[in-house]
Design a protein around this ligand. Structure first.
Ligand code: SF4
Length: 306
């Protein structure tokens, strides 16, 4: 034991797997079970969690970065490919169809909302501004929905980049957000764009699971002297949770219990735990158990997750 203090451990009231992640993992399991002779392909990492990707890889799922890596099929041959939760551009789906693959679309239904609104805004002549990370697969997929429209589109990280847009008063601006970005920043972005332009149409495309997890960690972090956030370092929504917690208290972002350091816990009285929407429940529970073991705290000494 590394401390005399027995802390309270509290799990955020909203943490861990969301319905979109649960849905695609169930799809992956079903495809693997139905295809014992394999292979089942997945286009990109189905979710941003290295442990879950490794688990499915061990069960036979083959991950490819691009549709170009999928082998051509022999006449009569059938192969299955799963589309990641972050979605892909329509052109990618067409390429898969042309190759003859059976497509299983794991795109989260909530990701289809910004895809649809981006296209609708562009068709109506709006200058489309997307808050998100340009290299994120969800944003790449959304941009693909604007193909062929000759749209004026910009992707910015947040309100701090509005000046880069060089907006004019006459610009008609349509705003959407990556589903996993903070609501607070999106609200600020709308305000900043309105300072420049007369006409702004904004769609709140931040998903409810993201919003709930962000609000829960904000509330939790304010009464903790340490918060541990569990999830992939490549997971956008997990990184946002760590950013929010860091505004209020000491926070560490780890991928699993093996990364936990005893020195972080020494003398802490109230330790909060949260996990990104792509983090399996078992990873969160392993961290909780490890903290309890290192500090002597009772597990579930205070547990408000839901
Ligand atoms: S975080 Fe939201 S948008 Fe992303 S998979 Fe989960 S429910 Fe869908």
């Amino acid at each position: 034991m590394i401390t005399d203090v027995k802390p309270t451990i509290e799990i955020a009231r909203s943490a861990g797997w969301c319905f979109g992640v649960e849905r695609i993992v169930q799809m992956a399991e079903k495809l693997l079970n139905e295809t014992p002779d394999g292979p089942v392909y997945c286009l990109g990492e189905l979710i941003h969690n290295p442990q879950e990707v490794a688990r499915l890889r061990a069960k036979g799922m083959v991950f490819v970065k691009s549709h170009d890596e999928l082998p051509p099929l022999k006449p009569g041959e059938k192969r299955k490919v799963l589309i990641r939760a972050h979605g892909v551009a329509p052109a990618v789906k067409r390429a898969l169809q042309e190759k003859g693959y059976e497509i299983y679309d794991g795109t989260c239904p909530l990701v289809t909302i910004p895809q649809r609104f981006a296209r609708e805004l562009a068709e109506q002549g709006y200058r489309v501004v997307i808050m998100g990370h340009i290299e994120h697969p969800e944003i790449q997929g959304i941009l693909g929905y604007l193909d062929g429209l000759n749209a004026h589109v910009d992707v910015i990280a947040g309100p701090e980049e509005v000046e880069k847009l060089q907006l004019k008063a006459s610009d008609r601006v349509g705003l959407i957000s990556q589903t996993t970005h903070p609501y607070e920043k999106f609200a600020q972005l709308i305000g900043r764009v309105l300072e420049h332009c007369l006409e702004v149409r904004a769609y709140n495309t931040i998903c409810q699971a993201t919003f709930d997890r962000q609000e829960a960690i904000r509330e939790l972090a304010q009464r903790c002297d340490l918060v541990i956030v569990v999830g992939g370092r490549n997971s956008s929504n997990t990184c946002r949770l760590a950013e929010i917690a860091s505004q209020y208290t000491t926070c560490y972002h780890i991928e699993d219990a093996s990364e936990l350091k005893g020195e972080w816990l020494a003398g802490k009285e109230h330790i909060g735990i949260s996990a990104g929407a792509s983090t399996p429940t078992r990873c969160l529970e392993e961290v909780q158990t490890a903290i309890a073991r290192l500090t002597g705290a009772r597990e579930n000494s205070r547990h408000t997750s839901g």
